[in-house]
Ligand binder design. Structure first.
Ligand code: ZN
Length: 211
């Protein structure tokens, strides 16, 4: 399954981890916070996956780092056709390991912003994988998105009920030992925990009060 250091994919992993032989895949694209990569590794290790693989994509950049590219309606963290690339690499990994499904932790809010998180996109992608690989067709490889009907605060409530190690997750867009609590990623984290009514083990009570 695809694993970033964030809350959504950690929650999807905890929903999946009872299945035998779960493997996780993280992408190291240009500009990703090193803390997010460490978070992904720590979460995979805590969940007891049989393999955590990191794929390096040093030339793949976020919109903010591409001169002259500022797509309308998309955040500066958008990566051009990100999921087309990530899921193709996940399908390659699935073919190599004989996996029967690829799991992604996209929530309902993501699908409203990104076209490459839409149901149509994933259904077409699955068909393309079956056409392009006899192994994936034989295994009847499925793309599974267990959080697709949930909004972020609902995901946080589910995470808390599943015992997801929220203290290991990373939401900040900047690198560092601690969250900056100023960027969009941090602000969204504070807002969603508050709406969920769940205490964030990483935020101080003072920060939670301000937000
Ligand atoms: Zn931050």
């Amino acid at each position: 399954m695809l694993l970033s250091g964030g809350i959504d994919s950690a929650t999807a992993l905890y929903l999946t981890k009872k299945t035998q032989g779960v493997r996780t895949l993280t992408f190291e694209y240009s500009g990703i916070a090193g803390s997010e990569l460490s978070a992904a590794r720590a979460i995979a290790s805590r969940a007891g996956v049989i393999e955590h693989r990191k794929v390096r994509l040093p030339d793949l950049k976020e919109a903010a780092d591409i001169p002259g590219f500022s797509p309308q309606g998309l955040p500066p963290t958008y990566i051009p056709l990100r999921n087309g690339i990530f899921y193709a690499l996940a399908a390659s990994y699935a073919e190599e390991t004989g996996a029967a499904s690829i799991v992604g932790g996209h929530n309902r809010d993501d699908a409203q912003v990104f076209a490459d998180v839409s149901p149509e996109f994933f259904s077409s992608l699955q068909k393309a994988f079956w056409s392009g690989s006899r192994i994936l067709r034989r295994e009847r490889l499925r793309i599974v998105r267990p959080l697709k009907t949930l909004r972020k605060p609902q995901v946080i409530r589910l995470a808390a009920s599943l015992g997801v190690p929220l203290e290991l997750t990373w939401s900040c867009h900047r690198d560092g030992e601690k969250h900056c609590w100023r960027c969009d990623g941090c602000n969204s984290r504070l807002r969603c925990f508050k709406e969920a009514g769940v205490r964030d083990p990483l935020a101080s009570p003072r920060l939670e009060k301000i937000n």
